[in-house]
Design a protein around this ligand. Structure first.
Ligand code: PLP
Length: 363
């Protein structure tokens, strides 16, 4: 199949560019003691995760939801759920996973500890736990220092949870454009995480994992003394928001659209609206069309301002560069893997959506 035969809108992945991103990151982590735990939520696609793991330097995968962890468990035996697991049935599903793989969950409340512990006890398993710290993002997590140590004691005192360490995601810093600012603030935030790990150990509790980091900070956080793993995800495919930072990763995925209308010389419209790509980090760009600017997305339309002398015509294909990887991929059932103008494979985005009702463990 040729790229021209794909029905649009569709997601296409440039396999060679993606593999170069994977290689670059694996090589970086091969040079120090810190490991990579790629975030599966970035693409939710088992074929991509398999390639990340095969490239080396990884301890396992990071997931954001139980559903992602269930899919990941089919090909990865060490999964970190870097998120609080609360709500009916979820802890039981984590306990079921603990029978098959090493699973570790972030916790930031006594209730979270209690419900995971009960589920583990009922299933007769041990579940790993990390104390989730707020390193400044002001999302989930307890404060570094004493509050975190108290929670660590609570985990250690539970019957069926194993205290494995701490995590803290510096999401408020990963996209800071100024490198010096990003570096200084990330170091300060992650040092508080590493310091808390030391306080926990000083209380004779285990704390082997210190987990943090994203695509914009992987080479900063990973070099803070005591950090054992980095949870970066977006680096594998990239997006225009991270493109601003001039990181050593290439844009490797695109939303492919078709020009369906050119109602006036300075405007064309492609069939790739916000049901095929998100705009939470801004509108996509259209680098294949010189001088073009995407000015709006509707459900199924991308309206693009073009120079009056543009040669673009109805029926042309146009690649749009999304502003945010993770939620864009989540809109698609599958991605087309391409090499030049050839489609070499079609990969299911197996963990997209919230399709737990479909779940049927195969192993
Ligand atoms: C907890 C956590 N860790 C890691 C990441 C990965 O970050 P990035 O997209 O910068 O690679 C995210 C992304 O939102 C996250 O929420």
């Amino acid at each position: 199949m040729k790229i021209d035969e794909i029905s649009t809108p569709a997601l296409i992945v440039d396999v060679a560019a993606m593999d170069r991103n994977i290689r670059h990151m694996a090589d970086f982590f091969a040079t120090g003691p810190c490991r990579l735990r790629p975030h599966f939520k970035a693409h939710k696609t088992p074929e991509i995760a398999r390639r990340q793991l095969a490239a080396g330097s990884c301890t396992g995968l990071t997931c954001a939801t139980v559903w992602e962890a269930e899919i990941a468990a089919e090909f990865c035996d060490d999964v970190l759920l870097a998120n609080e697991v609360i709500g009916p049935g979820k802890c039981e599903r984590v306990a079921a996973l603990a029978r098959r793989i090493q699973i570790t969950v972030a916790v930031d409340s006594p209730q979270g500890i209690e419900s995971l512990d009960q589920a583990a006890k009922a299933a007769g398993v041990l579940i790993g736990a990390l104390v989730d710290l707020d390193v400044g993002q002001r999302r989930c997590g307890v404060q570094p220092g004493r509050e975190a140590v108290l929670l660590a004691h609570r985990i250690a005192g539970s019957g069926n949870l194993t205290l494995r360490g701490v995590m803290g995601y510096e999401g408020h810093l990963v996209a800071l454009e100024n490198r010096a600012d990003r570096e200084a603030r990330t170091r300060a935030a992650i040092e508080r995480l590493a310091d808390t790990a030391r306080l926990i150990r000083a209380d004779d509790l285990p704390c082997d994992i210190v987990s943090c980091g994203g695509t914009g900070t992987y080479d900063i956080s990973s070099r803070v003394e005591g950090v054992t793993e980095v949870q970066a995800g977006s680096y594998v495919l990239m997006d225009s928001d991270y493109g601003r930072l001039h990181l050593p990763f290439e844009q490797a995925f695109w939303v492919l659209g078709t020009v369906v209308s050119r109602p006036e010389p300075t405007r064309c419209v492609a069939d790739a609206g916000h049901k095929s790509q998100t705009k939470d980090h801004g509108l996509p760009t259209a680098p294949d069309l010189p001088g073009a600017e995407v000015v709006s997305l509707n459900d199924e339309h991308a309206t693009i301002r073009i120079p009056a002398d543009s040669v673009v015509k109805v029926g042309d294909r146009v690649r749009l560069r999304p502003s945010h990887t993770d939620p864009t991929i989540n809109l698609h059932d599958s991605v087309y893997a391409i090499d030049g103008d050839r489609v070499v494979d079609v990969w299911p985005v197996a963990a997209r959506g919230y399709a737990e009702h479909r779940y049927n463990p195969s192993t």
